[in-house]
Design a protein around this ligand. Structure first.
Ligand code: TXA
Ligand code: MG
Length: 313
């Protein structure tokens, strides 16, 4: 999937162009104060799936959703006193809040990788703010580097890693913080630092008025850990060519089922449907059989996710 990656200028007409690209489901990298982000429309599952494809991520790690201000964040995450304190003190800025996902969020289920929570951030970079305001919607954006490589803090870094794999990058010079945002989890009664980053722990504690627990974000994203956050209630059987007994069948390609991840065998489309369809079938209260999905490209991440969902528990 090679395309010509446009290098855009940080002016009004190129920002409007970038916003149109995002609206069409394309990927646009843009600077934030921390690192360059690889942006996609967070409500469009195909666009979000394309992020994983472009980065070559071996599994669906949840992504940070970027919005222009705290009022918009409240449309996607369940707000709390702690969220209000931290947002007032540090947004816009290098802080990401993980909040319970609102059931009516409208976000692609692929953004949170099926988790019942969502990571939200309001960047302070003027260019990032301009993009978010022009697009006027939530933008999912991991760091704009291929999976396993170091984060990009210039447009040249982005091009070195992702040229030909994304629609555009907006070049507005180097990032000032250069380190990803600090991630604070607010899904449990006690706030927890899930990832150390651009905002120091001391600043968070001063705002909250209490010591804050720390934790490695790896604990949340490590293999096996995600499955405990999102395992369907139903038993799952993989590599099924047909449903047996009481099963419902999640199809792929020629194996048609109750729902089909992609009739044409398109792995991007399949990734876009994965979590939503699993939720739908799970709600039917019957065991789920899943058709074989090829082990290449995004198929690897899909199978990784399916194997975890099917793991004994
Ligand atoms: O500074 C940053 O945060 C940059 C810029 C572009 O905003 N973004 C960034 O995204 O670093 P990424 O995808 O490289 O890192 C996102 C981190 C992952 O470690 C992921 O595990 C965590 O956020 N995360 C996202 N959603 C989560 C959730 N619902 N619960 C726990 N952790 C989550
Ligand atoms: Mg990263």
């Amino acid at each position: 999937m090679t395309q010509t990656t446009e290098v855009l200028r940080p002016d009004a007409s190129d920002i409007a162009h970038a916003s149109k690209l995002l609206r069409s489901g394309a990927l646009v990298a843009f600077p934030t104060e921390t690192v360059y982000g690889l942006g996609a429309d967070a409500c469009n599952s195909r666009a979000v799936a394309a992020i994983y494809e472009a980065k070559g991520r071996p599994s669906f790690n949840p992504l940070i959703v970027h919005v222009a201000d705290a009022a918009k964040a409240q449309r996607f995450g369940v707000w709390s006193d702690a969220a209000e304190i931290l947002a007032t003190a540090f947004w816009p800025g290098p802080l990401t809040l993980v909040l319970p996902l609102r059931p009516d969020s409208g976000l692609s289920s692929l953004v949170a990788a099926g988790l019942p929570s969502v990571a939200l951030r309001v960047p302070s970079h003027p260019l990032a703010q301009s993009v978010l305001n022009a697009f006027d919607g939530p933008v999912a954006a991991p760091s704009a580097n291929p999976s396993g490589r170091i984060s990009a803090t210039t447009a040249a870094h982005v091009m070195a890693g992702l040229d030909g794999r994304i629609a555009a990058v907006i070049d507005d010079g180097p990032c000032t913080v250069g380190l990803e945002s600090t991630i604070v989890g607010l899904t449990d009664p006690e706030p927890v630092i899930l990832r150390a980053g651009g905002l120091p722990q001391e600043a968070l504690e001063a705002a909250l008025g209490v010591p804050i627990l720390t934790n490695s974000v790896a604990k949340v994203t490590a293999p096996g850990q995600l499955s405990s956050h999102y395992a369907p209630n139903a038993l799952i059987r993989l590599n099924a060519e047909a449903a047996e007994n009481d099963e419902v069948l999640l199809g792929f390609g020629p194996v048609s089922g109750d729902l089909n991840l992609s009739e044409t065998g398109d792995l991007i489309e399949a990734a876009a449907h994965l979590f939503g369809y699993l939720h739908e079938l799970d709600a039917m209260g019957r065991p789920i059989a899943v058709a074989p999905v090829p082990e290449h490209g995004l198929g690897r991440a899909i199978n990784d996710r399916l194997r975890r969902a099917a793991a004994p528990r």
